[in-house]
Structure formats: C-alpha cells, structure tokens
Design a protein around this ligand. Structure first.
Ligand SMILES: Cc1cc2nc3c(=O)[nH]c(=O)nc-3n(C[C@H](O)[C@H](O)[C@H](O)COP(=O)(O)OP(=O)(O)OC[C@H]3O[C@@H](n4cnc5c(N)ncnc54)[C@H](O)[C@@H]3O)c2cc1C
Length: 478
C-alpha cells in the first residue's frame, strides 16, 4: 500500500500544498476536496489573483478576454467541470451565422476552404476552388492521396508531416497559419505526436488525409462541415472565460487559497515535504506543482537534479494580444463592411507581423455593445519572439495595419489594451512525449509530489482541468 494511501486511511489530517493557482491548480484543489474531505489543502499562488493566464475584464460595455476566449467540449473535461459546478446554463456557443475563418494572402483575405480543419480537408472541391492556392499547389494537394503513410514510430515535426503529405504551398498558406494560431509554435520543431496524433492515426488508417476527410464528411451532416474548424464544439461563459475561475473559487469549500505567495523550493523533509515561500516554510504530506515546467524544475532542483533538468528543457513561447474596440462604420472595404468572420490568420510566409486577428464579437454574443466590434490581434509567438517586447504604441500600429490592410478599417481604435504573456505557451517540441514520460517516471519515485498544468499533456483549458484532476487522483492512487 502506498505511503499516501496509508495516510489517507489513517485518521491523521492530511496537509497538501498545491503550487500555482491557474485553472490546473484550482482543478487539483477541487478534486482533492472531493476525494479527501478531511485534507487540509493550501494553494499558493505567486501573483495577486487566481486564474493564471485565464481572466476576463468588463470595460466600457465590452467583455475582454485576456488570453483564452473559449474551450472545446471534446475532450470534455472543462464542460464536465462546468456541469459539476452547476453553471452549464451560463455557457454560450459560438454564433453559427458568422463561423467563417479567413486567410491572409498577398492579394487580400480569402475564406478558409470549407471543411478544412487544421490539416483535414473534408471538402476537396472547396480547396480546389480556393484562390489561396496556385494551380501547382492544388495539383500537389491532390497527390496527397498517393503519398504513402510515414513511419509513425518516429516523431515528426508539423512542417515535415504537412510538407510530405500536401506539399510546401498547402503547408505555408494553410497549415502553418492554422496551427500557428493555436500553438504559437515553430512548425519545424512542433511534435506531431504530442500535438496532433489524430492526423498520424488517420494517415495510418485511411492511407491519406484526403481519404480520411472524405470519410469524416460522409459521417457528418452538411451543416456540421460548414466551417473549417469544428466551431460547434466551442463554449465560453456568457461573461467571459474568467468566470470559469470565479466559479471554481466559489466552489472551493475549505481549502486555503493564498495569493502573493511565491514558492521558491519544494524539498524533502524526512517522510514529508517542505514548501518554502519568501514568508514561510510549510510542512506538507504531499505537494502538487501546477506551475509551468521550467518553474517546477527550479523548485524541485534540490530534490532531483535530473528531473529538474528535464523539466527545464520544456520551453515556452511568449505572445502579446492587442485588444481593440472599433465602430462597425470604420470597416470600409467591401469585405470589411459587415465582416462576419471569426478571424483572420496570417501565414508567416507573408512576412507580416501578426499571427492572427480574432473577432470576439463575431464569435460570441455579449462581447460588445450594438454597432461595436472587439478584435484581438495576436503578435509574437515562437516565430517572432522579439515582437512581444515592443512598446504598446508599436503593437497597436501592427494591429491597426492588419485591420487597415485586410478590412479597410479607417480612423483609430476607440480604445486599445495590451496583454503580454511571457513564457506562457509551452512548446511541445520533437521528443516531447518521451521527455514527459521520463519526467513522470522520476516524479513517481518521489512519492508525494505530482505535477499538473499545460506543460505536459495538452495546452487547452480542458487538458489543464484534466491534468489537475488526474494529479489529485494519482496522489491517492485512485
Ligand atoms: C494568449 C493565450 C491564448 C489561449 N487561448 C486558448 C483558448 O482559446 N482555448 C484554450 O482552451 N486554451 C487557450 N490557451 C491555453 C490555456 O489558457 C492555458 O494553457 C491554461 O489556462 C494554463 O493553465 P495552467 O493552470 O496550466 O497554467 P497557468 O494559467 O500559467 O497557471 C500557473 C500559475 O502558477 C503561478 N506560479 C508560477 N510560478 C509560481 C511560484 N513560484 N509560486 C506560486 N505560483 C506560481 C502563476 O502565477 C500562474 O497563476 C491560451 C493561452 C494563452 C497564453
């Protein structure tokens, strides 16, 4: 029987420390309270508020999302959590009449081919009809059906996989910008196995992704394929993603949630653990570290230097979001007037400075007053890391230049806000799954320490909820 399980079964009070108060840390706390009602749980968060990167602001009648603006229901961990918290009735689905994504090209923006989901073409004719690709690019796209499946035992980068299957043009003009908007990653090093295993599986099962796309399209109704991405799967709280955090915090029963507490070390102390902050030392029977991997590595360096090294080798990219409020009347180009897309993605090959522009008020109702538009422009990421440190004025100029170029926006934004997320998006580079497996093995040896958060097995909100929940369960061998 594990030491921890023995402790749970005894009548002694459990002292458990959770480090990091993002969505993963809070999910850990809720699960610990559910599993071990007698436990004495303390969460230590370094910043002045809980939620980590997740937050929303209400400003001048607008709802601003400062990082994530929605979550998927597949996998379902975030939706399941919302249901458990009794808040499902407060979730919005995306506005179906506006579910188009656009791609920037040298000649202007073009709709993403219908049914094109990241790398899966559910509607071949739509790809062939799209002016995004040249004739040669389309011919190469069609040849994908003859490309044999790769060696799935070898981890391949996104760029290598997509170029091998569809040719360079499809990669540069469609796949890179679509993936870039999600992972803010360098596709040369982004691990397919760690981020898009489903496409590897489809390649193996159907022989080609075009064949897989056709099979999928046959299964789904015409309306479900209407957009490229599977937008029907996304949800967000009516008043913004920050509500997820508010709801979780309200559901916490007895745990002590402390902000402004930076943990500097987690060390072994006989049979238990010692957690050090600038202000105090807390003894604990178990610790869950739900910070980014590099921070976790530094904290645990005194316990296991090899573990620390592996953790610190998981890097993270930075990005900036410029949030702009505009009046609909400022959109003056034919496409800009009454623009109904969810967003515009910008291929890196175009040499521009934005990764994507996301139209929050087109995605969800309740994000802007009538007649107003709220746009979030993403800048930086692994491919243009230095841009994050530009001044607000410079970032605003980049964002406005995109909107002028693509949608004929005239005048200036009514207001703008800037959010910089430094080292917040973990990079699942080649070999990531092996690194994580090694980390998990070493953590298991520690008995009483668990890791959670977006650095390991998924960056999306549902994966982070799941990681926190699973860490709590592992602690008690459940
Ligand atoms: C710009 C952006 C857009 C995104 N968009 C989406 C989206 O639309 N949909 C989606 O599903 N996901 C999205 N994501 C991803 C998702 O939001 C995150 O992966 C997830 O919220 C991370 O949660 P976490 O708890 O693992 O980490 P974090 O939110 O980073 O929380 C970690 C916490 O640990 C704290 N901490 C760090 N060091 C210490 C220390 N020494 N002591 C104590 N505390 C410490 C930090 O202050 C932080 O609060 C986005 C992410 C970003 C950055």
């Amino acid at each position: 029987m594990s030491r921890i399980l023995k402790l749970v079964m005894s009548n002694t009070k459990q002292r458990i420390v959770v480090v990091g108060g993002g969505v993963a840390g809070l999910a850990t706390v809720l699960e610990l309270e559910r599993l071990v009602p007698q436990a004495q749980v303390t969460l230590l968060e370094s910043s002045i508020c809980l939620g980590g990167v997740l937050a929303s602001e209400q400003y001048a009648g607008f709802t601003i999302e400062t990082s994530a603006d929605m979550f998927t229901v597949d996998p379902s961990a975030a939706l399941d959590l919302v249901r458990r918290l009794g808040r499902e009735d407060q979730l919005l689905t995306t506005t179906p009449t506006r579910d188009r994504a656009y791609v920037a090209t040298a000649e202007g923006i073009q709709p993403l081919p219908r049914g094109f989901s990241l790398m899966l073409p559910a509607d071949v004719d739509s790809v062939l009809a799209s002016p995004i690709l040249s004739e040669a690019g389309k011919q190469r796209f069609l040849q994908e059906q003859q490309v044999p499946p790769g060696d799935c035992s070898v981890d391949e980068s996104l760029e290598s996989f997509a170029v091998r299957r569809f040719g360079r043009e499809v990669f540069e003009r469609l796949v890179q910008p679509l993936a870039g908007g999600i992972y803010t990653a360098d596709p040369k090093t982004l691990s397919m196995q760690a981020t898009m295993q489903r496409f590897i599986d489809m390649e193996q099962e159907f022989g080609s992704l075009i064949a897989a796309g056709k099979a999928k399209a046959q299964k789904e109704s015409a309306s479900a394929q209407a957009s490229g991405a599977r937008y029907g799967l996304f949800r967000a709280p009516k008043d913004g993603m920050g509500c997820l955090i508010d709801w979780m915090v309200e559901a916490v029963d007895r745990a002590d949630l402390r902000t402004n507490q930076t943990v500097t070390a987690v060390e072994k102390n006989g049979a238990s653990w010692r957690v050090t902050t600038a202000e105090e030392i807390i003894d604990a029977d178990a610790v869950v570290v739900a910070t980014g991997a590099a921070v976790a590595g530094r904290m645990l360096s005194g316990v296991d230097s090899q573990l620390a090294e592996s953790l610190e080798s998981i890097t993270a990219a930075s990005s900036a979001i410029v949030v702009l409020a505009l009046d609909q009347k400022q959109f003056r180009s034919p496409l800009g007037e009454g623009f109904v897309g969810y967003g515009i993605i910008c291929p890196h090959v175009l040499g521009r400075q934005a990764i994507a522009c996301s139209f929050s008020s087109n995605k969800f109702s309740n994000r802007a007053p009538d007649g107003k538009v709220i746009v979030r422009c993403f800048i930086g990421g692994a491919l243009q890391a230095d841009l994050v440190d530009r001044s607000d004025t410079n970032l605003l100029a980049i964002a406005m230049s995109e909107l002028r170029q693509w949608l004929g926006v005239e005048g200036e934004a009514e207001w703008s806000k800037f959010y910089r997320w430094r080292n917040c998006m973990p990079q699942y580079t080649l070999g990531h799954l092996d690194r994580v497996a090694k980390i998990e093995q070493r953590v298991q040896q520690l008995a009483g320490v668990e890791l959670a958060g977006n650095s390991y097995r998924g960056v999306g909100v549902p994966a982070c909820v799941e990681s926190g929940t699973a860490a709590a369960r592992r602690l008690f061998a459940i």
